[in-house]
Design a protein around this ligand. Structure first.
Ligand SMILES: Cc1cc2nc3c(=O)[nH]c(=O)nc-3n(C[C@H](O)[C@H](O)[C@H](O)COP(=O)(O)OP(=O)(O)OC[C@H]3O[C@@H](n4cnc5c(N)ncnc54)[C@H](O)[C@@H]3O)c2cc1C
Length: 392
């Protein structure tokens, strides 16, 4: 196998698998390096499902990226003959007049003409008798939203990359990378690889891979649980779309029941902060699991609050919760994508396409300039320095 490539991608999770796919599709010789097996459960791209919504309450700038993401996921489905996306709709139950979601949701919907239904409590309880609306809830439904099968997405993009000639090495951790004016050098335990471009998509491990950038990234463990219905019934797509609700000023969300484990539920809040990645425990106490279940069963009273299974997933947060996707300062041929802040997965193919266009210097399909490296995401001391190439 040749050790010379056009692009080396560090990390084949959500973003990295997409970069491998789009770069190899563009005719580049790609090497992807992943420290675990592709589709593993230790980073941020596992746990059965990811929500995809267009009426983006976080910020309207993401809406064109959401539109493009849906097109690209459908394209990936057509190429792979795999069902990855299910546009079963998203129901939003908002009991707090000044909650985090409503204003942003309506702003994005009106700015970009996204269909959103507004329902009364009576209309909603007829349509989804499963859900309990708190008094004074405002209820919205986005019909052109839904969810993605997350592990299958990562494996499918990786497979498509391989079919276009990419070399993807699993169980191969990168121990160091360096660059000079023309090339990048990437070290693993057994080898050094060379390429013209390097793309760093290390998820939570970007805190180490991009250490010299001094980014304000914080890694958090997030609990996800599967909660079964009290009676042995399926609560699949007929009974429930993807849903989210605000309870006690926190956002909780869940998915239709896709297997006997139950409905997947999570709280959209960064959990326990991890200061050192080697200290990740990937465990939660029974009381945390029950607390999540109690909130879920407040919204879906027929749900047990005892999970059949739980998993831990990692959020890598930026202070403003916007991603950081840019070239490495003073090192044009190193590009990185970091800080996906618990809402990045849906955009993976958009990031793959965007980063490939940065490499090939071709026209961008959507405007991602609001995600560039910015002062607010860099710690003070490195702002005025010329940044050295880091060691991992
Ligand atoms: C519980 C939970 C729920 C979420 N829900 C949603 C949702 O509903 N919708 C949504 O859009 N987003 C959601 N997200 C966010 C989304 O999943 C993440 O933003 C996205 O998966 C991040 O992808 P990534 O490629 O940056 O990280 P990852 O997928 O973790 O990939 C990074 C990869 O780099 C590898 N790596 C790191 N260092 C090295 C090294 N030195 N050598 C080799 N390989 C290395 C890692 O092993 C890993 O595979 C959720 C996240 C979590 C945790």
């Amino acid at each position: 196998m040749s050790n010379v490539y056009d692009v080396i991608v560090i990390g084949i999770g959500g973003m990295g698998s997409a970069v491998c796919q789009y770069a190899s599709q563009a005719g580049l010789r790609v090497l992807g390096l992943e420290q675990f097996k592709i589709g593993h459960p230790y980073g941020s791209s596992h746990g059965q499902t990811r929500a995809i919504r267009k009426a983006y309450f976080e910020k309207p700038d993401y809406v064109p990226l959401c539109n493009r993401a849906i097109e690209l996921w459908q394209n990936i489905e057509a190429q792979s003959q795999k069902q990855l996306l299910n546009l079963c709709g998203v129901a939003m139950y908002l009991p707090h007049a000044e909650g985090k979601i409503k204003d942003g949701l309506l702003q994005s919907a009106s700015q970009y003409n996204i269909p959103i239904e507004s329902l009364t409590i009576q209309e909603a309880s007829k349509r989804w008798p499963l859900f309990h609306a708190e008094d004074n809830s405002e209820i919205f439904h986005e019909p052109e939203a839904g969810y993605l099968h997350v592990e299958s997405c990562v494996r499918t993009m990786s497979k498509l990359a391989k079919s276009k000639g990419a070399h993807l090495l699993e169980n191969t951790a990168v121990t160091d990378w360096q660059s000079n004016n023309n090339s990048v050098f990437v070290k693993t335990k057994l080898n050094t690889y060379t390429a013209k471009y390097l793309v760093i998509t290390g998820g939570a491990w970007n805190t180490e891979l991009l250490k010299s950038l001094n980014l304000r990234l914080s890694v958090h463990e997030v609990l996800t649980g599967w909660y079964p219905p009290q009676k042995h019934i399926m609560l699949g797509h007929d009974a429930a779309p993807v849903w989210l609700t605000e309870l006690d000023n926190e956002i909780y969300y869940g998915f239709p029941m896709l297997d006997p484990r139950g409905m997947k539920i999570a709280k959209h809040t960064p959990g326990k902060r991890i200061s050192n990645l080697s200290h990740i425990t990937r465990t939660h106490s029974e009381s945390e699991e029950i607390e999540l279940g109690r909130h879920a069963s407040r919204f879906i009273p027929t749900l047990s609050y005892i999970p059949t299974e739980t998993q831990t997933c990692l959020y890598t947060m930026t202070p403003d919760e916007d991603f950081i996707v840019d070239r490495f300062p003073n090192t044009e041929h190193v590009i990185f994508a970091a800080g996906f802040s618990g809402h990045g997965f849906k955009f993976a193919p958009v990031m793959g396409e965007h980063i490939t266009a940065l490499i090939t210097q071709s026209a961008q399909q959507v405007d991602c300039s609001f995600l560039k490296l910015r002062k607010s995401v860099v710690r003070e001391q490195s702002k005025t320095h010329v940044l050295p190439s880091p060691s991992v």
